[in-house]
Design a protein around this ligand. Structure first.
Ligand code: PGA
Length: 255
């Protein structure tokens, strides 16, 4: 973490929680936070399923930002199952995840579709959280940094530096997602620092100073502090542990 960047912790609920469950999560979260409330120096977000977006955005006064789990590139059209940026905004979302590894792995998302979705999010003023990360076989064959560079270049194709400056990136090694296996703080720092350098070379160091790079993959209240102590780790994208209000409250109060 670098003190010039406010830490950002986003819970990705994936396909968990109905609207009613989202409401009770926020009631529980308020209770778990107690008199300490939300930490003043941390930004918090939750990416619920689309059907719970509105309930999550309206059902709390904690100031937790709400994110879509994806966003389509078109404003409207014959795209069964997809959501436009305007639909997300209307439901109360302030941003959207883009290119999560589960979208890439199970739903054929590619760097090119990530790029299109990202452009739509930026055009609509949604805070885009672009997810990248290598698979186990990439890491074993020493391809990690090549894969990351390729994903970054594909996702950010044709973007101006000013647009890149508004992004949040999430480095999530696929082998660490939902497996209980976490990248070591050194492994995370190595890739985060590579991402920052790679983008600085392409878009200018000044642009990059503000871009937050989150780590994701089996983050828990137990390991969050050590991960966020790394100089280029600016927050966390948390799956499993974010489903529990008590754990999410602890994650927010990692300091
Ligand atoms: P996990 O998921 O924390 O359950 O590993 C992280 C993610 O997929 O964003």
């Amino acid at each position: 973490m670098n003190e010039s960047r406010t830490p950002l912790i986003i819970g990705n609920w994936k396909m968990h929680k109905t609207a009613a469950e989202a409401r009770s999560f926020f009631a529980d979260l308020a209770r778990e936070l107690g008199s300490a409330g939300m930490p003043a120096d941390v930004e918090a977000g939750i990416a619920p399923p689309a059907t719970a977006l509105h309930a999550a955005a309206e059902g709390q006064t904690l100031g937790v930002r709400v994110y879509g789990q994806n966003v389509h590139w078109a404003t409207h059209g014959a795209y069964t199952g997809e959501l436009s940026a305007a639909m997300l905004t209307e439901a109360g979302a302030a941003g959207a995840l883009i290119g999560h590894s589960e979208r890439r792995q199970y739903f054929g998302e590619t760097d090119a579709t990530v790029n299109q979705r990202l452009k739509a999010a930026l055009a609509a003023d949604l805070q885009a959280v672009v997810c990248i990360g290598e698979r186990l076989e990439d890491r074993k064959s020493n391809q990690t940094l090549d894969v990351i560079a390729r994903q970054l270049d594909g996702a950010l194709a044709d973007l101006e530096a000013a647009a890149v400056a508004r992004l949040v990136l999430a480095y999530e090694p696929v082998w660490a997602i939902g497996t209980g296996e976490t990248a070591t703080p050194d492994q995370a720092q190595e890739v985060h620092s590579f991402i920052r350098t790679h983008l600085a070379l392409r878009f200018g160091a000044e642009t990059l100073a503000a871009v937050r790079i989150l780590y994701g993959g089996s983050v828990t209240p137990e390991n969050v502090a050590i991960l966020l102590a790394q100089p280029d780790v600016d927050g966390a994208l948390v799956g499993g542990a974010s489903l529990d209000a008590g754990k999410f409250a602890k994650l927010l109060h990692f300091r």
